[in-house]
Design a binder for this molecule. Structure first.
Ligand SMILES: Nc1ncnc2c1ncn2[C@@H]1O[C@H](COP(=O)(O)OP(=O)(O)OP(=O)(O)O)[C@@H](O)[C@H]1O
Ligand SMILES: [Zn+2]
Ligand SMILES: [Zn+2]
Length: 804
């Protein structure tokens, strides 16, 4: 029983970023719980807004007359106490509104734009009969008054109803035709006598319904099968008005239709063994300790994860495993499902909203105890977590680029502290931040230095393209790389070819006047897409036809430049007509499931060469890949970002690691215009530790992370001068607050200064210890918001990973 609740309302401003007290109507006082969503009157006009209950209490702190909440959106909490606390912390540390944090944790199907139905599942329930009368499904909105909602709560507790979200077609809901009772069982019971001896099959169906009293609604096929009658008999029952036809949203299994072979634990190598032991000691002691596994590519980190998870499940606990975006998921999901079967739930952006919701529900109901997912899976409502794993912990996709701007690693750390469980960060190329923390013994470092197959890492040859160009005509392929590819085709071995497209794209230019086609909304050149014969903006989606005549000088000298995957594929076909090429890039993987299809085709040897962008660099484990080629190692070196070398080193090391993972030895060929660059030289030697030391020295000199913290402030407006004026104003506000150890970079226009018709300016602060900074930044946001919605936008990003 609670007479009052504290509610975070869905009015995303800083002024409203605190709980508001509301009175609870007497009829709902035994129902309200923290973590439920409610509708409350808000503001002067008492407009109805949604909110989350964060606390319930019996004595109001507030002296005046409290407004009363209007209705409950949920019958049971959608956020448990842990997630409520996590949302609060997230809001405090990322300059995000609590409401945005709470909403981020829920599957999008549960956001306000979706409506719900209340489905009757126990038609014989007397209260249900009174409430539903003839109906079997009612929209949730039907239950408006507190009294009606109280009845709904009672029905829920008596398990007489189910709540179903209405899934729209675009969510790819899998629905099946179902039936539910149109009459009470008492009414049904009178039917057999009326039918007399006729209609045997219908008698059989009725007998089944009356004996078994199955929970309805159910798919027609299921009812027919269990009653031992044909579908036609069930359809006849619908026509006779015994049953009503409905559609049922099926549990959507994201890996349905795939063959998943059960696997057994492998015998661990001694390095793996030591790793698992250390982790299990911490898990059994319920210690919240962070391990950094620095394991060379192919060292069998996955097996360490799997055996650690198995041990934690034995302790009746659950496990959460994060993997980077879909690039990695198909193979990893198969491995985890192969070991733990249906206990595994999967959450990643390749799923439809309906599928995500189903998986979320399975976790929430504790039907799944291992969760594998991308970034936002870190909010999975698992109970009793015994282990959290972050594979490829260096991946920048773990940081969210929009509000709340959180890093999944920080959230993982918070949850491991909450659950007193270990956290494993794993990578062949850990982020400098994590590696430095291991150096300082904040994390426990575990190194796997050997490949699981007991073979050395593949030798890497670096080809200097400056020299190569002097010898041959312009081509994307050096002679040694082509020869090596040809060898593989002849020997029925496979190759992986990486086209490094970080900061790079194909565009068109006029050979006469140098004109480059740019996006009318953004400040960047349009990218050429041969598949659709159009020019596209990768930022705003603007699309136009490929020009034939230069819009500037009106000559017919428009030429294609840059190297898109399509162009490389065409060239490859010309040089090596006998090779079968599978191309993987944004164009070929846009359709749902395309990614997996292409990878499994490659796995079945339907291609000799897998050609692709960064998405093929990580995690792939194909035994017959013996050659990895990198066409252009340099493009990512030129990015205006202090992490450019780190990113390049990681990419080259990761992709090199795809070769020679099983019985056959591998080989790597890297083409570059900068063979002397340390990132390339050390990647050639597979020397992560050497790279770490070298890069740390540079970061120290340049006063960059991990020696310094960073914060990025961005202003944006449709009017360039407004955005610029604001950023200089912020600089002036911050100057007196900061000590002289803090360093401000900028203000500058952002590298892509204009995007979606808005102009952007940014300011980066590097600092070590600034006690007044956080509070000043909060005040800045508050002030900016107070000046109204038309005000220039101010964004604050803590430890940004993106400086472009
Ligand atoms: N103990 C073991 N005995 C035999 N084979 C193993 C063992 N451990 C791992 N393997 C195999 O070695 C290969 C590489 O393992 P895995 O993919 O886990 O490497 P990884 O460390 O995740 O590498 P990467 O960082 O490149 O993704 C896999 O095919 C795996 O089945
Ligand atoms: Zn654009
Ligand atoms: Zn021109």
């Amino acid at each position: 029983m609670a007479e009052f609740v504290k509610v975070i309302v869905d009015v995303p401003t800083l002024q409203t970023n605190r709980p508001y007290d509301y009175a609870v109507p007497p009829a709902l006082q035994d129902q309200v719980m923290p973590g439920m969503r409610v509708v409350v009157p808000f503001g002067k006009g008492n407009r109805a807004v949604q909110g989350f209950i964060v606390a319930v209490f019996d004595q109001a702190d507030y002296q005046g007359k409290l407004k009363t909440l209007l209705r409950l959106t949920d019958l049971t909490p959608v956020l448990n106490p842990e997630l409520l606390a996590l949302g609060q912390w997230l809001s405090d540390t990322t300059f995000a509104f609590q409401i945005s944090c709470f909403q981020t944790m829920l599957p999008s199907l549960m956001r306000a734009s979706y409506s719900k139905n209340v489905v009757l599942v126990a038609p014989e329930n007397p209260l249900a009969q009174q409430v539903f009368q003839q109906a079997t499904v009612l929209p949730y909105e039907h239950f408006k008054t507190p009294e009606q909602q109280h009845q709904l709560g009672q029905l829920q507790r008596q398990q007489a109803i189910q709540i179903q979200y209405q899934v729209k077609q675009r969510d790819h809901a899998k629905t099946v035709q179902g039936v539910q009772l149109a009459q009470s069982y008492a009414q049904l019971a009178t039917l057999p006598a009326q039918l007399g001896g006729r209609a045997k099959k219908q008698q059989q169906l009725l007998a089944y319904l009356l004996d078994q009293r199955p929970t309805l609604p159910q798919p027609i096929t299921a009812v027919a099968q269990q009653a031992g009658v044909s579908r036609a008999v069930v359809n006849a029952a619908i026509e006779k008005g015994w049953l009503t036809a409905t559609t049922i949203a099926e549990y959507r299994d994201p890996t349905a239709g795939e063959q998943i072979t059960r696997t057994q634990p492998l015998t661990l190598t001694s390095e793996q063994q030591t790793a698992v032991q250390q982790i299990l000691v911490a898990a059994q002691a319920h210690e919240n300790r962070t391990f950094l596994i620095e394991g060379v590519t192919g060292s069998g980190k996955t097996e360490v994860y799997l055996q650690s998870i198995a041990a934690v499940l034995q302790q009746q606990q659950t496990a959460l495993m994060l993997v980077p975006e879909i690039a990695l998921t198909p193979q990893m999901v198969k491995r985890v499902k192969g070991r733990f079967g249906s206990k595994v739930a999967i959450l990643h952006s390749g799923l439809s909203n309906g599928e995500k919701y189903d998986e979320w529900q399975r976790i929430e109901r504790q039907e799944a105890d291992v969760v594998v997912g991308a970034r936002s899976a870190i909010f999975a409502p698992l109970h009793h977590i015994g282990l959290i794993i972050m594979d490829e912990e260096h991946e920048s996709s773990y940081k969210q680029d929009e509000m709340p701007r959180y890093h999944a690693r920080d959230v993982a750390q918070w949850r491991s502290a909450y659950h007193h469980c270990p956290l494993i960060l794993g990578s062949a190329t850990p982020s400098l931040e994590s590696r430095a923390r291991a150096q300082k013994k904040v994390y426990q470092l575990i190194r796997l230095t050997q490949r699981a197959n007991q073979r050395p890492l593949p030798p890497v040859t670096v080809i200097d393209m400056k020299q190569e160009l002097k010898k041959t005509q312009e081509s994307n392929f050096s002679a040694p790389l082509l020869a090596a590819l040809r060898q593989r085709v002849i020997h029925h071995e496979q190759s992986v070819l990486l086209l490094n497209r970080r900061g790079f794209s194909a565009f068109v230019m006029c050979r006469d006047c140098g004109f480059v086609l740019k996006c009318p909304n953004c400040d960047i050149s349009l990218t050429l897409h041969m598949a659709t014969h159009s020019m596209k903006c990768h930022y705003c989606g603007h699309e136009e036809a490929i020009p034939k005549i230069c819009p500037n000088c009106h000559q017919r000298k428009i030429r294609y430049y840059g190297t898109g995957t399509e162009k490389v594929e065409a060239e490859l076909q010309q040089c090596l007509p006998e090779a079968r090429v599978i191309r993987m890039d944004v164009d070929t993987t846009r359709r749902k499931g395309a990614h997996e299809r292409l990878l499994s085709a490659f796995g079945r040897h339907e291609g000799d060469i897998l050609l692709g962008t960064q998405m093929i660099a990580k995690g792939l484990d194909f035994p017959d890949v013996t050659l990895v080629g990198v066409l252009n190692a340099d493009t990512s070196l030129g990015l205006p970002d202090f992490r450019a070398s780190e990113r390049t080193f990681q990419l080259l090391t990761q992709v090199s690691g795809r070769a020679g993972r099983a019985d056959k030895p591998g080989e790597v060929i890297i083409q570059t215009y900068n063979p002397e660059h340390y990132a390339i030289r050390l990647a050639r030697q597979h020397d992560y530790e050497g790279f770490y030391r070298r890069e740390m020295t540079l970061r120290h000199q340049g006063q960059y992370p991990p020696y310094y913290f960073t914060i990025k402030l961005t202003t944006s407006d449709e009017d360039e001068t407004v955005a610029a004026k604001k950023i200089f104003e912020l600089q002036q506000t911050l100057k007196p607050v900061l000590s002289d150890q803090a360093i401000m970079l900028g203000p500058t226009p952002r590298a892509i200064a204009r995007m979606k018709r808005r102009y952007y300016y940014q300011l980066v602060i590097k600092y070590r210890h600034e006690p007044r900074l956080m509070q000043t930044l909060t005040a800045i946001l508050q002030q900016n918001q107070a000046s109204g919605s038309k005000a220039v936008q101010v964004m604050i990003d803590r430890e940004p990973l993106n400086f472009i």
